[in-house]
Every structure is written in structure tokens, then in C-alpha cells.
Design a protein around this ligand. Sequence first.
Ligand code: GTR
Length: 381
Amino acid sequence: MFKYLLPLIFCLVLPASALELPNVLGSSPAKSKEDWIKIQRPKTLELFTKHIYGRAPLGKPDNLSFELIKEDPRAMNGAATLKIIKISYSGPGGESGFKLITFIPNKSSKPAPGYLLICNRGPENIDPTRKKKDDFWPAETIVARGYVAATFLNADLSTDKDLNFDNGAHKSFDNYDGRRPGDAWATIAAWAWGASRALDYFETDPAIDASNFAVIGHSRGGKAALWAGANDERFTLTISNNSGCTGAALARRKHGERVASINKAFPHWFCENYKNFNDEENDLPIDQHQLIALMAPRAVYIASASKDDWADPRGEFLAAAHAGPVYRLFGLKGLETMTMPKPDKPIHSGRVGYHLRTGKHDLNQYDWEQYLNFGDKHLRK
Ligand code: GTR
């Protein structure tokens, strides 16, 4: 009798852990950090490039230039120096550029570490005059904590519409011989590329500590922040706020937004190859816990919201938890638990941080406070 009952008991107990994920250490699992750095990390990054986010045609353009278009040393009632920088570049398709808004704290020791937000909302959310203030980018709070508050509009790099990639970075670099079908970069990768060009600017500003900088994004901006942090190892901390499907959430959970839905609603976000996995998540050679692991040994933070089922909070948590073995190769702690915390109980003890905020899909003061607390541990060396 017991012989027959046992499989039934297993079926009832196991479903939650029945999720079969690709090995986070790679296809021939890395046994040492050297192995990871030299072999499995590049292989993992290449799989994400080829099948999901697409290949950027170049890194830092030789002609990248920075022009200070506004400076106010007494911004925020004297608390910060505002610098607005026009970042320009050109390629075979012509010149493009974007504006970087930067508040540098006047009081803190220089150079100051900071947070770069990839803003996926309108310009009113990142008002440099500070007439309009928004919890989405609480620049005053960031500055008061001693950090540079920097941001740019994602749409300046690539409009968030299916427009045949005729603008921004795509216009400059894609148009000369058409876009390669398959793995050509798309919109999310262009936003991530812009974050790296902002970091190129920070490296030239003596008031800014570019070697201690976080990249952060919300939702679609969070997907871009993760891709920026995975590609650009100069980012010390990568923060994903409610990034969901093809951000932090595991595709194999098939919960909330799925690959087919995201590719249908936003056909311009990822490369064409990604569409091969519509309704076929199990065929993906990677899953999103491996994207998070690409940050190791640097710090990474994943946050979810309790009423954001579309982004699959549990899938985001599990991805963060399953990145752990790569951190352990470096002798570091990841998240170190497989038990999802209760709402508003952040986990900040290792290099992988996590919280589940009570409430809806959003980026607000509570989230930022957690990111600043985590930054105090990882951005001040
Ligand atoms: C949703 C989309 C999500 C998420 C969100 C956002 O419509 O399905 O993947 O990115 O938009 O960016 O707010």
C-alpha cells in the first residue's frame, strides 16, 4: 500500500520545488571563480545576447562627446550642484544624443558615489527644476544621503514604440546595412547601452565616483537595468524594481506575464530570436536567475510588490535566490534563503538583496530607502 502512496505524497508535496532550472553555474558547471569568469560567464552572457536581448553593434563610440549645457552650484537650496550634460554620438545613420540630469551633493566628501535611474516615465517625473517632485525619483532624499542622483529618459535612446528602430541609437548605428534578423539589439538593449554611456560621462567628472555607482530601473526600466549591469561590469550595484517578465522573474514559472504575451504587446523590446520561445519557455537555454548571477561578485538587488502578480513576485524572489551558487564561488553570500520573506521585511545580509513591498506595481520612497540602505553597504568602500 505504502508503495503506491509514496508517489502520490511526492506529487502533493513537490510541485513548488518541481521547477527545473538550467544550472546557474553554466552548462559545464563552473567549479571555481576563475572557471566562471573565463568560461561560463561569457558563455551565459552570450546566450542572453543571442536569444533574448540582442547584440549591441558597439560599446563606447570613439566620437562620444559630453557638453555641459546647464550648471547650478546652488540647486536644491544649496544642497546640490545640478549639471545637465548632453551626451552625443554619431554613426553611419547620423548623430543622436540624450540629456543626463545629475545632482551632485555639495556636503558629502568628493568624489561621491551615486544612483543612475533609467527613467521609463515622462520628463515630469525627473524635473531638474524640482518644481515638480515625484517619489519615482526622490532626488532630494538621494542627495541628503550623500549620493549623486542621476537620470535620463529611456525614450531618448530608443522610442518605446514599434517604429522600425528609426530613432536614437538605432538610427545612428543600425541603418547603414539594415538590421540583422535574429539577434540585432532592440529597445531594451539600447536603454541599457545608454546607461553605460552615462557611466562614461561619470568617469570624466572629478566630483563623481564612477567606480561606486548603481544602475536602477523600474519595470521595463528594470529589465534594462539588469541588462546594463550584466554587460557593464563597471556598475557596482544593479537594482531591479518590479522588472517582472524577462527582467528578474523566472520564465519557467509561466506565471503572470509570459514570453508570448510580452513579445506580442512589445515586439520592439527584445531581439527577433526571442519570439522562438513564445509558449516554449522550457526550451530557453537559460533562465533569469542566470541573468542575476551575471552580476557576481558585484551587488544586485531585486524588489517586488505584493499586488504585482503580473510581474510574478515569487518568480523574482526565486531567481534572486537561485543566483546564490555563483556568489559562493567567490566566497560571498547571495540571498542565502529559499523562503520568501514577508512583505516589508528586506533581506540585506549578502551581495544579493531582496524585498517584497506591500502595494502595487510602482517605484516609491519605501523602495528607494531600501536601495539607499543597501547602497550604504556596497557603494561606500
Ligand atoms: C507592462 C509590461 C511589463 C512591464 C510594465 C511596465 O505592461 O507587461 O512587462 O514592463 O508594462 O514597464 O510598467
